[in-house]
Design a protein. Structure first.
Length: 510
């Protein structure tokens, strides 16, 4: 009998030990397989629904994009405590976990915070100054063609703005890698000095070569020195929200395209060319001070070497990057034609000079919304998907509204708003599409290498359009067809890049 009791006691003890061992082996709440402690919520990468709610491509081309493969947590660090933290213990950590994102290479992004949003503010002000001047090219062209340079033909005047647009992008081949190695501080400062000097000296220019040097060379170089770091710095703080942040900052360029044309239109008849451009320089002084204070890089600067200073054209071996660059080339080939010639087109068709200057501001009203909302949507449906749709809208609006417009003010306004909205995505979505193809620390080189080739489209597009006006005896239909063909080619090439990178499935967010 004692043996039976002893056996029952031993069996009961073994059963109890088995249950305890089973509980010890069972992972605690929120932990992953192979971990023995509760996770540190603050250290966990973001794994929320925004990361996994859409099907993502699994090819190697989706660099820098959170996909399903990236939505699993990293192995958690061991902890001395195996208890699960309560909600009352970690409210701030939980908020941090919901904000931080991690890319395929293990780089983390805060997706917000004081430093990140101040960087967005600095980029907004820097782009309002730099791209504001770029988006005012139509006003400058219309005024100079009827005043100081009225003896020159459209193509000749167009070279001033072609060189400006070319240098704004071409110098990125060095500026991008220098940003990667040294950060943005000295680049933005040098660009600010050149931009302000250009606008101050512009007022005393009288000869063609004066404008070529002051607007084309000085203005283009200064714009490039501010523009490239202002865009690249945002990639250090945002991944999931990169399209939204870049679109918000790029909206500053459209805001400048509203403020400066209206300012010049109001001041030209009152104080003349010289003081009107100086007033714009004073506005830019305030904006560029803010840009110099807040544009910052987050990753530590890398040592300047031959590898990270010189452009790397081997990246064109990636077919997605090559097709993307070709597509962006045709975007820029066509983009600057309406920006430069829409005011002259309105004047040629009998529209008043005051409204002809205002039409550029109207275009930039549409562009202001176009630079933000497509970027916000792109973070949900895919950056390339959104870019292809907006490029197609540029093509349709040019053929449907601009080609038949003539002197119809209503059609000109509709075209300016629709094209402005659609074309605004070019500035905000192109950088994030390029950033999707590389690691964040190589972004400056990728972006600069892309725009080294794209800049030649900016250089030649405006003079070609001007020559087409001359060849068509002052009519603008040839220029409009040229713009349409450029956007058609871009739409095809960017669609091909999207297909190579993500396949034919429309539901894939790429």
């Amino acid at each position: 009998m004692d043996d039976e009791k002893r056996s029952a006691t031993i069996a009961e003890k073994q059963s109890t030990d088995a249950r305890e061992n089973s509980q010890l082996r069972r992972p605690s709440l929120g932990s992953r397989k192979g971990t023995s402690a509760a996770p540190s919520i603050a250290a966990a990468p973001f794994t929320g629904p925004d990361c996994c709610d859409l099907e993502r491509p699994h090819s190697h081309h989706s660099h820098g994009v959170l996909n399903k493969d990236n939505c699993t947590s990293r192995p958690r660090s061991s902890s001395s405590s195996s208890s699960v933290p309560t909600l009352n213990q970690v409210p701030s950590n939980l908020a941090t976990a919901s904000r931080v994102s991690t890319d395929a290479y293990g780089n983390t992004y805060p997706e917000g915070g004081k430093e990140a949003w101040l960087c967005v503010l600095g980029s907004f002000c820097g782009l309002m100054a730099a791209l504001g001047m770029m988006n005012t090219l139509g006003t400058y062209q219309a005024y100079l063609s009827t005043h100081q340079l009225q003896s020159e033909n459209e193509s000749t005047v167009g070279w001033i703005f072609g060189i400006y647009a070319f240098l704004s992008f071409f110098f990125g081949v060095q500026i991008g890698p220098i940003f990667d190695a040294k950060g943005p501080r000295w680049l933005v400062l040098a660009g600010s000095v050149l931009m302000l000097a250009s606008q101050l000296v512009m007022g005393v220019c009288t000869e063609y070569w004066h404008f070529l040097v002051v607007i084309g060379v000085m203005g283009g170089t200064g714009t490039s020195l501010v523009f490239t770091p202002a865009i690249a710095a945002l990639g250090h703080f945002f991944l999931r929200k990169r399209g939204q942040a870049t679109g918000l900052a790029a909206a500053g360029g459209s805001m400048g395209g509203i403020v400066f044309p209206l300012t010049l239109q109001a001041l030209f008849p009152k104080i003349g060319w010289a003081w009107s451009t100086r007033v714009c320089a004073l506005i830019n002084l305030v904006l560029l001070i803010v840009a110099n204070l807040f544009i910052r890089s987050r990753l530590p600067p890398r040592k300047a070497t031959k590898e990270n200073i010189l452009p790397d054209f081997r990246i064109f071996r990636d077919p997605v990057f090559a097709l993307t660059t070709a597509g962006v080339f045709f975007v820029e080939w066509g983009l600057f034609v309406p920006l430069t010639y829409l005011s002259s087109y309105a004047l040629r068709n009998g529209v008043s000079s005051s409204f002809s200057y205002q039409i550029i501001a109207i275009l930039n009203v549409g562009s202001c919304f176009g630079r933000y909302f497509p970027g916000f949507v792109a973070d949900k449906v895919g950056r390339f998907n959104a870019l292809v749709v907006t490029i197609a809208l540029c093509l349709v609006s040019t053929l449907a509204f601009w080609l038949p417009a003539g002197g119809n003010i209503a059609l000109i306004i509709v075209y300016a708003l629709v094209f402005g909205f659609a074309s605004g995505s070019g500035i905000s979505l192109t950088p994030v599409c390029v950033g999707q193809l590389c690691r964040v620390e190589n972004y400056g080189r990728y972006y600069a290498t892309c725009y080294t080739l794209v800049s030649f489209g900016s250089l030649t597009g405006i003079p070609i359009a001007g020559q087409l006006v001359t060849a068509c005896n002052g009519e603008y239909w040839g220029l409009i067809v040229f713009t349409s063909c450029s956007y058609a080619a871009s739409c095809v090439l960017l669609s091909a890049a999207r297909i190579v990178g993500a396949g034919w499935k429309l539901k894939v967010a790429y």
